[in-house]
Design a protein around this ligand. Structure first.
Ligand code: NAD
Ligand code: MG
Length: 406
């Protein structure tokens, strides 16, 4: 799996760049790749500020390029790599993420948040094969992203388990294009998160550690909080709208606490096709890495008799208003989903650092969505400007709440 910087990939090997290599999805991707010697060579690895973790990955995988996007030039880190005999070129700053998507065949887009949009869009414009975990690229800039991907012939393979499940339930060609003509509905499953049965009173006093303790999945802290508020499902509705070109009224959400059915597609004849597996992100990652083939993922096979029961219930939009906000943002169109996403990133960060209550997340999201006016989302600049305005508004909103509480 190591790549000698002087030779590039061997015949049959695909050069893989992992954006967000030190995160939860990055870790699972490297785990799957390590099970298939000779299938992939690691071209580039990126992290934001986790220098030690990235250097450790460089020593193990010897990519041609590594990027620390949240740090300024640091020659001592370069020296550390060189002194360990590692020939990886270490780059710094957000602009260097664009270098990570050059010169590879496959990009795993696994940066968390809005920061993932520019390099993932660059990969789309370069016609890469993109394994899309960074849902924010589609939430913020769905029509633009899909247009650019189609124009450049990029292949989009969903990693989000729900979208990967839908993709697996649809007829597709080898280029990853899905045929949706006889589809009536997409049904996204949601675990309901750690507070599925919690009372309104309990939700007021939830702590960050409680919110991050997801019952079925181990994930980064941002998406864990989003799963607890159900904003994650809202973002996934927006992601599905653009990825599969489905009207929002044809995308439904059902709570399925066991996280065994990862989503379903209902056809016009009444047939519903589902994809099942244990909740392990290595399953969608292996599916996308091998597509249109299959490869071993390391996940434990399903034992349905041991699971016993699969249950379903409707989502509760009173206790979890974030899901409704996502449908509202989709209905508003333009930059509204980017505004909601940015507000939510600020609000979740404030919650994780103890400056905002759990219920305050939805309140900040709603206030910003209602107060920042949306415009056309037809260029990256327009989307990033909406993101900036929404962040400023959300920071002010969090600040006002802190003052009132003081
Ligand atoms: P994580 O927090 O575990 O890892 C995030 C990675 O992105 C890290 O490598 C980090 O260094 C990097 N990063 C963080 N901020 C950055 C910034 N501003 N600029 C550049 N890089 C930055 O996150 P994760 O749970 O692996 O999630 C990654 C993406 O995948 C998210 O968009 C998430 O919604 C999506 N996703 C994750 C899961 C999961 O199971 N973890 C499932 C479905 C979808
Ligand atoms: Mg998901």
């Amino acid at each position: 799996m190591k790549s000698n910087p002087n030779r590039g990939s061997a015949p049959g090997e695909r050069a893989l760049s992992i954006l967000g290599a030190t995160g939860s999805i990055g870790h699972s991707t490297l785990d799957v790749v390590s099970r298939h010697a000779g299938a992939f060579t690691i071209h580039a690895l990126t992290a934001h500020t986790s220098a030690d973790a990235l250097i450790e990955l460089c020593l193990r995988h010897e990519p041609q390029v590594a990027v620390l996007s949240g740090l300024a030039e640091d020659s001592s880190l370069r020296r550390r790599l060189r002194d360990s005999g590692c020939a990886t070129e270490l780059l710094f700053g957000p602009g260097a993420l664009l270098r990570a998507v050059e010169g590879c065949d496959v990009v795993m887009a696994a940066i968390v948040g809005a920061a993932g949009l520019p390099p993932t869009l660059a990969a789309a414009r370069a016609g890469k094969r993109i394994l899309l975990a960074n849902k924010e690229a589609l939430v913020m800039a769905g029509p633009l992203f899909m247009h650019e991907a189609r124009r450049a012939g990029a292949v989009l393979l969903p990693i989000d388990s729900e979208h990967n499940a839908v993709f697996q339930c649809l007829p597709t060609d080898a280029g990853g294009r899905a045929r949706l003509t006889e589809v009536r509905r997409i049904i996204l499953t949601a675990s309901g998160g750690p507070f599925r049965t919690a009372s309104f009173e309990k939700l007021r006093t939830v702590t960050p550690d409680e919110a991050c303790a997801h019952p079925n999945w181990v994930m980064g802290r941002k998406i864990s909080v989003d799963s607890a508020t159900m904003m994650n499902k809202g973002l996934e509705v927006i992601e599905a709208r653009w990825l599969f070109d489905m009207e929002p009224s044809c995308i439904e959400v059902v709570i399925h606490p066991q996280s065994v059915i990862h989503s379903m597609v209902e056809y016009v004849d009444g047939s519903t096709i589902a994809q099942l597996s244990n909740p392990d992100m290595r399953v969608p990652i292996a599916h996308a890495l091998a597509f249109p083939g299959r490869m071993e993922s390391g996940a434990t096979p399903l034992d349905l008799a041991a699971i016993g029961q699969l249950s379903f219930e409707p989502p509760d939009l009173q206790r979890f208003p974030c899901l409704g906000l996502a449908y509202s943002a989709l209905a508003a169109g333009g930059t509204a989903p980017a505004i909601l996403n940015a507000a939510n990133e600020v609000a979740v960060d404030a919650f994780l650092s103890g400056r905002l209550s759990f219920n305050g997340i939805a309140q900040v999201d709603e206030e910003v969505l209602g107060s920042v006016s949306s415009g056309n989302a037809d260029s990256l600049d327009a989307v990033l400007e909406a993101d900036r305005m929404a962040r400023a508004s959300a920071h002010a909103c969090v600040g006002r709440r802190l003052e009132r509480a003081a």
